[in-house]
Design a protein around this ligand. Structure first.
Ligand code: UD1
Ligand code: CA
Length: 457
């Protein structure tokens, strides 16, 4: 296997997005368009990747947390010029893929087959092409009577005869690195747009009697580029369908795939059901036989087998087996929730551990706490973890029973099998088997109402 690198062009302004955000950073599901292209290049076996940035370069670099190199193209003088900026990176060895940062549907498999085709035929360059019904605006692939590739011509430079051709240049290539470097030297901006065209490199390669060819891709969708937000939505829809179908074929029931938004890295076990309006993103992993949604939002979280997440948000946390969350629970980052737990309605939990078999059924806030097993939280408990300056941790041991409307002023401990009385504000540790009670004694004032109101009712 010869060495493979990739250069991804992402310097353009993307004016038609009508956006302050650089085009390649616009998201498809849970990640930027550029991220998909980087991942596809990786999957195709590109060991080193270089992204050519220009428009809002700093933002693109900052928002692209991948191990890639960046080079800056200060002025956008065309695709050929963009590749020239990466000359040093390209080097002289093996092959280099040229990709665009705004075609997120390209797959590693397709790129791999282009590289294989390129190597098998010992090509100097292989262009990825596609047959489309409306080739308007694209560069055309021109072949002779033996259907041998002879050139790629830009729409604006094409003759009427050439414009009829439906085979288009995807803009993606596999080049022999050393040959590309030589060809780049010969590109000039003498064309209809006054740009340095990368397709001209292909022409120079052919002029040297080196082998150039176009490989027609089966699925035209993969080369769709995004220029507007309308196209962003179209591409997102295709991506969603692609991912959702994989899960369904793998044994997951998705009630309405058009309204289910699952990121590429999400894993879901057999016989789990996902209800509509659910967003599963990042490195989320769901076990078997779970019920997710409707309206669940899970970001980089783990849910184990047989659990139910109903209309709730879970961020960077884990949930055990046979656990019920929601409706309307909010699990904020860094929570570890055990097995057979119940987290009910209007419960918020943050940076806390909740042991197995514990119940937090309703209207409770637990922040910065370690909660044991078989603990019961009454309605309306608040862990008062913040004094306005610092945050403190609270510990609640196994089998503790927290009465309704308890405030636990952190740091504080409720030991094993201890109780707190309803309505207590607990500021001191409660010993094992003890009852913490901290509320004013009730006094009944006889006939108070009669004196208060002159007219009896
Ligand atoms: C390009 C191809 C065309 C192909 C089409 C497929 C050229 C000259 N034309 O046309 O054959 O059919 O893609 O979509 O290559 N870019 C830079 N720096 C630049 C110019 C462009 O980084 O100076 C980047 C853009 O950000 C974009 C990509 O390259 O991601 C394509 O550029 P664009 O100007 O959109 O090329 P097209 O005219 O679409
Ligand atoms: Ca384009």
């Amino acid at each position: 296997m010869s060495k493979l690198k990739a250069v991804i062009l992402a310097a353009g302004a993307g004016t038609r997005m009508a956006s302050e955000i650089p085009k390649v950073l616009h998201k498809v599901l849970d990640r930027s368009m550029l991220a998909y292209v980087i991942e596809a290049a990786n999957e195709a076996g590109a060991k080193e990747i270089c992204v050519v940035v220009g428009h809002k370069a700093e933002t693109v670099i900052k928002e692209t947390p991948y191990e890639v190199a960046f080079v800056e193209q200060k002025e956008q003088l065309g695709t050929g010029h963009a590749v020239m900026q990466a000359e040093e990176f390209i080097g002289e060895e093996g092959n280099v893929l040229i990709l665009f940062g705004d075609t997120p549907l390209i797959t590693g498999d397709t790129l791999k087959s282009m590289v294989d085709y390129h190597n098998t035929n010992e090509n100097a360059v292989t262009v990825l092409s596609a047959m489309v019904s409306n080739p308007q605006g694209y560069g055309r692939i021109i072949r002779d009577n033996n259907s041998t590739f002879i050139k790629s011509i830009e729409h604006k430079d094409a003759s009427l005869e050439e414009l009829k051709v439906k085979e288009i240049n995807s803009g993606m290539y596999c080049f022999n690195a050393a040959i590309l470097k030589e060809a780049l030297k010969e590109i000039t901006p003498h064309n209809a747009q006054g740009e340095y065209y990368l397709p001209d490199a292909v022409l120079h390669i052919l002029n040297k009697k080196l082998k150039a060819d176009a490989l027609v891709i089966d699925s035209y969708e993969e080369i769709l580029g995004v220029n507007t937000r309308v196209q962003l939505a179209e591409v997102s829809k295709i991506m969603r369908k692609r991912i959702n179908e994989q899960h369904m074929l793998g044994g997951v029931t998705i009630i309405n795939p058009d309204q289910t938004y699952i990121g590429k890295d999400v894993k879901i076990g057999l016989d789990t059901i996902v209800y509509p309006n659910s967003f599963l993103e990042g490195r989320t992993s769901i076990g078997t036989n779970c019920t997710i949604g409707p309206s669940a939002k899970l970001i980089s979280s783990t849910v184990n087998d047989f659990s139910i997440i109903d209309q709730s948000t879970i961020l960077s946390s884990s949930v055990g087996e046979h656990t019920n969350v929601g409706p309307y629970a909010y699990i904020r980052p860094n929570c570890t929730i055990g097995d057979h737990v119940k987290i009910g309605d209007f419960v918020e939990i943050k940076n806390a551990r909740i042991g197995n078999n514990t119940k937090v059924s309703h209207l409770t806030y637990i922040g910065d706490a370690d909660v044991g097993e078989y603990v019961n939280f009454g309605c309306g408990t608040v862990v008062v973890n913040y004094d306005g300056v610092n945050k403190f941790r609270t510990t609640i041991k196994d089998y503790a029973f927290i009465g309704c409307n308890t405030n636990l002023i952190s740091p504080v401990k409720v030991e094993e099998k201890a109780y707190t009385a309803a309505g207590s504000t607990i500021t001191k540790d409660v010993p094992a088997y003890g009852l913490g009670i901290a509320r004013a004694q009730q006094v009944n004032i006889e006939d108070w109402v009669k004196r208060k109101r002159n007219k009896l009712f």
